[in-house]
Design a protein around this ligand. Structure first.
Ligand code: FMN
Length: 338
């Protein structure tokens, strides 16, 4: 199966998430079957000024391929140079963030504000595509607000410029993370589009991912928050797509995954940062297990990493048998950069 120029094994992809889809988590999710991975958004202007923290965000590991690095910005020259920088780093593709709703970003005309000026966007996308040999892709929302849901115009502009696919988060910028992703709208765009379309928004089970893939005719389904509470989601999606029963993760699977993630985090970050990142994920993985509130309280008060990990494994061993998945439909992480 193909997604634009790439052969992929199945059409389920981890969504880019700032502060979350760093290299160690992308490696983990590739091992656990996300078909492609994408970095969090990185400022094109920041790349121009070569700040060490900005450039760190662009580091990736060979194991991540297919890996895309996501950039954002409003300045054509900086965006073109950022594409060329990403190409020199050897990434498989460069993705432009056009979905970020954050005021600081849209005020300058970047992120989701880019869809408000299709003519200006056309110029920028042509310049970006022309400047590199690697594929350029974009990630958008359905539009700015309910009155201007112009995603299909943006897809036409992107196709004309030579962009290779468009990922669509099924909400407007005005919606932020409220309401529901509009998959009917995404499906309509797919039906009319000359480009591969990746649908995104509110998918949290493998059954739903496969249903959305089949119902709306999208070329792939992108999943963000759902994978944070269920890191086995991509393996399950792949199984359901093949008509198999998705594997119900056992406590030994959670423990093995956490050991793996600890090791990847500690290989990448200094000990204190590795711990800061680990805590977030451990809190998400613990949702639905009996006693998770008490465990999380401890998690954020203990400072010694060794104690955090021993408490964690003990918690999962003790409570790991019955995870209630009722929480999956509750609102979760209602803010982000796309
Ligand atoms: C904490 C957080 C950070 C995000 N950061 C980014 C980002 O850097 N780039 C981007 O394109 N989208 C970003 N997003 C948006 C997600 O990629 C995705 O479009 C959104 O969460 C809806 O999908 P979901 O319901 O599967 O989570 C972020 C979302 C969250 C929750």
């Amino acid at each position: 199966m193909h997604l634009g120029p790439f052969e992929i094994e199945h059409p389920f992809i981890l969504a880019p998430m700032a502060g979350i889809t760093h290299s160690p988590f992308r490696r983990l999710m590739r091992r656990h079957r996300s078909a492609v991975v994408i970095s969090e958004l990185v400022s094109a202007t920041g790349i121009e000024y070569a700040g060490a923290r900005t450039l760190d965000l662009l580091k990736y590991h060979e194991e991540e391929r297919r890996v895309g690095l996501q950039i954002f910005g409003e300045d054509q020259e900086h965006l073109v140079k950022a594409c060329q920088y990403v190409e020199r780093l050897g990434a498989d593709f460069v993705d432009l963030n056009m979905g970020c709703p954050v005021p600081k970003v849209v005020k300058k005309g970047a992120g989701s504000a880019m869809c408000r000026d299709p003519m200006g966007l056309s110029k920028i996308l042509h310049a970006m595509v022309k400047s590199v040999r690697i594929p350029v892709t974009i990630k958008i929302r359905t539009g700015w607000d309910a009155q201007t849901r112009n995603a299909s115009e943006i897809v036409r502009v992107a196709a004309d410029a030579g962009v290779k696919w468009v990922a669509i988060h099924g909400r407007t910028r005005a919606q932020g993370y409220s309401g529901e992703a509009d998959w009917d709208f995404i499906g309509d765009i797919r039906a009319k589009s000359a480009l591969p379309i990746i649908g995104n928004g509110d998918v949290s089970t493998a059954e739903d991912a496969v249903k959305k893939y089949r119902t709306y005719g999208v070329d792939a389904v992108m999943i963000g928050r759902g994978a944070l509470r269920n890191p086995f989601l991509f393996e399950q999606c792949e199984a359901v797509l093949k008509g198999q029963e998705p594997k119900r993760p056992q406590i030994s699977d959670y423990i093995a995954l956490m050991h793996e993630q600890r090791s990847l985090l500690e290989q990448t970050f200094p000990a204190r940062m590795a711990m800061v990142h680990a805590r977030k994920f451990l809190a998400w993985y613990s949702a639905g297990f009996p006693g998770c509130h008490e465990y999380r309280r401890k998690l954020f008060t203990i400072t010694d990493p060794e104690v955090v990990w021993s408490e964690t494994f003990e918690f999962f061993e003790r409570n790991g048998r019955d995870r209630s998945l009722d929480f999956m439909s509750q609102p979760f992480l209602m803010g982000g950069h796309g």
